[in-house]
Every structure is written in C-alpha cells, then in structure tokens.
Design a binder for this molecule. Structure first.
Ligand code: UN1
Length: 493
C-alpha cells in the first residue's frame, strides 16, 4: 500500500509517532488509497516552528517576487490538471469533469494572487498638517493555519493558502482526513514551484488535530472551511486567544423560480445546483422555491430529469453524479429524508440508497426531491450536504423572498425570472453573500468575494481582493518633514 508523508520545512517526513491512518475511495470501499501520516502535537509544533522561522525571510521578499513563484504554482497545477483530477475523484467521489474544474479554480487563484502581488494597494492621503505625509499599506501577519473540507480538496485550500503566501505569510495546512492525497499533491506542487522550505507546510491527520493548529501559539490567523458546528467551536477558541479567524460554514441555499422564468433553463439550474458534487457544496441548492403558477409543472420536469441522472463512480466516463463521502454521511442524509416524510412532506423521487451491482460497494444515494415543504420543517432549515432538494411553493415574489430568508444561513441564492424589476428587488432583499440571476447557486469565480451572511460566516470574504483583508493588517505611517514638533488637532486649529 502506498504511504504518504507530511511536508514540513521542505522535507517529506512521517508523523513523529510513526502512526498512520488509511483513506478509501467512497465509490468503492474495497479500494484503499493509501496510508497517511497521523499527525499529533509534535508534528503540528514542528510545522508551526518551521513556518515561524521561514516567515522571517519570506515577509521581506518583494511581493512581486513572491508572485513569480505563485505563477509557477499555477503553471504546475495546469500541467497536472487531469492527473490530479483523477486522484481527487478517487478520494472524494465527484466526477472528473468536476475535479478538473476544482483544479482550474486553483489555477485561477494562483494567477490572480500572483497578479495581486503587484497591486496590494494602500492609500496615500493628505495630512492635516504642513510638510507631513500620511501613508497606509498592507503588511503580513505571520503564520496562517488553514483547515479545510474534502468537497473542494484543491480549490478551497488554494483560496486561502495562495493569497496568504502572496501577502508574505507562511502556512501550516491541514487537509480533511477524507482528502489527504490532494493535500500531498498540493505540497508537491508548492515544492516543485520553488516555494522556500517552511513557507508552506502540510500536516495530515484526523479532525481533532485541527484544534492543535487553532491553539498553537505560533499560529496567528486561522482560515477555516467546514461545518457550522466545528467552525463555531474554532471561533470560540480564537475569541479566547484573540486570534484572527475567517470562518466559512454552512449554507441552506435556495433557488427561486418565478412564473415568467425560462423553465427549461431554471430546471437545468436547479438540477446542477442540487445534484452537482452530489449536493455536497456549501453553495448547493438545497431548497427550491417555485411560484404557485408553475409549481406542478416544474416539479414534473425536475422529477423526469432527476430520475435520468447517471449516478456512478466519478472515474467512469459519462457519470453525472458520484457517491457521497462516507457511511455516516449516507446515514445522515437518509435520516433527513425519513424525518421529512414523517413530517408529512411528499417524496417526488429518490429517497433511498443505490445498491445495484458494483454500486453496493460505494456510498451511492439517489437524487432526491421532496415537495410541499413548509418553513418550519427540518428539511427546510438544516444543511444536509447530500443530493436532497426540498421544494416549497410561493404565492408571490415577496413570499418567495420571505421563504428564502427564513433560515439561519446566508451563503448563496438565486432567482430565475425575466422581470428586471423582480430581479433587482431580489438582489436588494435576499439575505445572502451571493445572489445569482438566471444562474444556479453554485459556480463562484475565483476573483470575486466569496462568503455569506448570518450563520454562514463571521463577516470575512475569501476570493478576489477581499481575501487580503483576512491575511493582512494595515500599517499606518506619518512622515513629518517640517523639522518641528507639530501637534495634530492642536497646532492647526
Ligand atoms: C464550497 O462548497 O465550499 O461556487 C465551495 C461554487 C464553487 C465553490 C464551492 N466554486 O460552488
């Protein structure tokens, strides 16, 4: 069996204890991908100290020079795109057209972050005093701890790691225990690009190891993507330790379909939003709010198409939807479906595990649509992270937006309509970090702010220029060239 190591201070090393953990292919549980380092305190400590030491020099490298290395990172991701796509599919399940898209997002992020190193703008403004100049610019913070989920095993870590490094920080990265191989390839690419030893460190392990990163005194900032449960705990710890933290947590995203929408397009959008990545995106469409005039028509169209989706191993050409990630997830998803039916909701299609032939070896679940869902129902409120779409009926645009906003989360949202007035009202009134018009809730682009309001996050935005607000602080400088003491607010008024 293949054995994979941590990458600390430019060296490939086993966990200090020698312990390992195994990871399997969710499409075929007999396929063991390999053994990965089971990191504990000593490993995190070694990585954090290496990152701290490397920070001393890395922060001083001219930012555009750091950008030159990041451009190479993008080039290598590009060269390895197909190979890496297959590795990612094998360990987390989504089809290769999706994992290649995931790698593309990292390529885009690498080039974007590289270009930002020539554009980390500050502000130079007039002073209120004579012969004095006021400047402000971004400075790096130190060592960044990155903890991410398995569903975007390359894109989401790249959103944090590459801008953090572009800005002059160093990184300790823990990938999910479900996608450590993608983390190993990430480290290989950083090494090949010539990112200096200690600037990027990889420590693999299981969930509880994340706490060691969050609590480590040498780690100054935490970038987290994952469940609301764990994110809130991390937020509490960081509050106590006064650490800067960016949390990207759950979603319960809705697509609205108005009566005047292009229904074919709206159904295309709903199917991709709900069942792309097997519904396992924080941006997934897990609720559909349909105007009463087209409610029955749209549900029929959806059911016909959902029943035809090709479910199978993501490595098999033609597969449209892969497995879910693991056995507990399968149980959670099925539990939600059963609860919905017990609550009196209507099963339109799916609602069960697939065990035909070889699919019995994996964690496959049918694309599931549940209709007549009401605001108070569990399936309307809670994130499921699986291929389950809850459908509700709306009487009007106001009602649709009210339903849309009646959840604790606020990441992504969408409305299909041809009415420009309705579209702009939706943009104004929907409580979400992202709103799509005539497009599904998934599909964020690397150079735009990404994040949510309410229970989804803690006010930060990854992606684009806004990610640098997470990974930098502001330095304000006053240069007085008057050769005398000038007292602000006093001598000039
Ligand atoms: C996630 O699910 O954590 O917008 C990220 C999208 C993708 C990113 C999803 N580009 O759906």
């Amino acid at each position: 069996m293949e054995k994979f190591k941590n990458y600390i201070n430019g060296q490939w090393v086993d966990a200090v204890s020698g312990k390992t953990f195994k990871n399997i292919n969710p499409a075929n549980t007999e396929d063991i991908i390999g053994e990965f380092a089971f990191s504990e305190f000593q490993d995190v400590d070694n990585a954090a100290k290496a990152a701290r030491e490397a920070y001393k020099k890395w922060r001083l490298m001219p930012a555009p020079k750091r950008g030159d290395l990041l451009r190479k990172v993008g080039d290598i991701f590009n060269r390895r795109k197909q190979e890496l796509g297959r590795i990612m599919t094998r360990e987390m399940g989504k089809p290769t057209f999706e994992t290649e898209g995931d790698v593309q997002e990292a390529i885009d992020t690498a080039y974007y972050a590289a270009s930002e190193t020539r554009r980390l703008f500050g502000h130079t403004v007039p002073s209120e005093l004579d012969n004095k100049m006021n400047l402000s610019f971004r400075v790096p913070i130190g060592v960044v701890g990155v903890i991410t989920a398995w569903n975007f095993p390359v894109a989401v870590p790249s959103w944090k790691i590459l801008p953090a490094i572009a800005a002059g920080n160093t990184v300790v990265y823990k990938p999910s225990k479900e996608s450590p191989h993608s983390g190993v390839i990430f480290a290989e690419i950083m090494e090949e690009a010539g990112i200096p030893a200690g600037v990027f460190n990889l420590v693999t392990g299981t969930g509880s190891m994340g706490n060691l990163i969050v609590e480590h005194p040498e780690i100054n900032v935490i970038g987290f993507t994952g469940s609301t449960d764990i994110g809130c705990k991390i937020g509490e710890i960081c509050g106590r330790l006064n650490k800067k933290v960016s949390l990207e947590m759950g979603g319960k995203n809705a697509q609205i379909i108005m009566e005047d929408a292009n229904l074919e397009l709206a159904v295309d959008g709903a199917l991709w939003g709900a069942f792309g990545t097997t519904g396992q995106r924080c941006t997934a469409t897990s609720r559909l709010i349909i105007h009463k005039d087209v409610y029955d028509t749209v549900i029929d169209m959806l059911a016909t198409r959902a029943n035809k989706l090709k479910v199978g191993p993501g490595l098999v050409a033609g597969t449209e939807m892969g497995p879910v990630i693991n056995s507990p997830s399968l149980d959670t998803i099925h539990g939600y479906v059963q609860k919905a039916l017990a609550d009196g909701n209507r099963l339109v299609c799916g609602g069960e595990r697939i065990t035909d032939g070889d699919l019995a070896k994996g964690y496959f679940y049918k694309p599931t649509i549940i209709a007549d869902v009401k605001k108070g129902d569990t399936i309307f409120q809670e994130e499921i992270f699986g291929p389950v779409l809850a459908v509700s009926k709306a009487d009007s645009l106001d009602h649709a937006i009210e339903l849309q906003n009646s959840v604790d989360f606020g990441l992504s949202s969408s409305i299909f309509t041809k009415n420009v007035n309705d579209a702009f009202r939706a943009i104004r009134d929907i409580e979400a970090g992202i709103t799509y018009i005539n497009a599904p809730t998934i599909g964020a682009e690397a150079h735009m702010p990404f994040g949510g309001v309410k229970g989804t996050g803690n006010g930060h935005r990854e992606g684009g220029w806004t990610v640098f607000d997470i990974f930098t602080e502001w330095k304000t400088v006053y240069v007085d060239y008057s050769d005398k003491l000038q007292r602000a607010q006093i001598d000039n008024y």
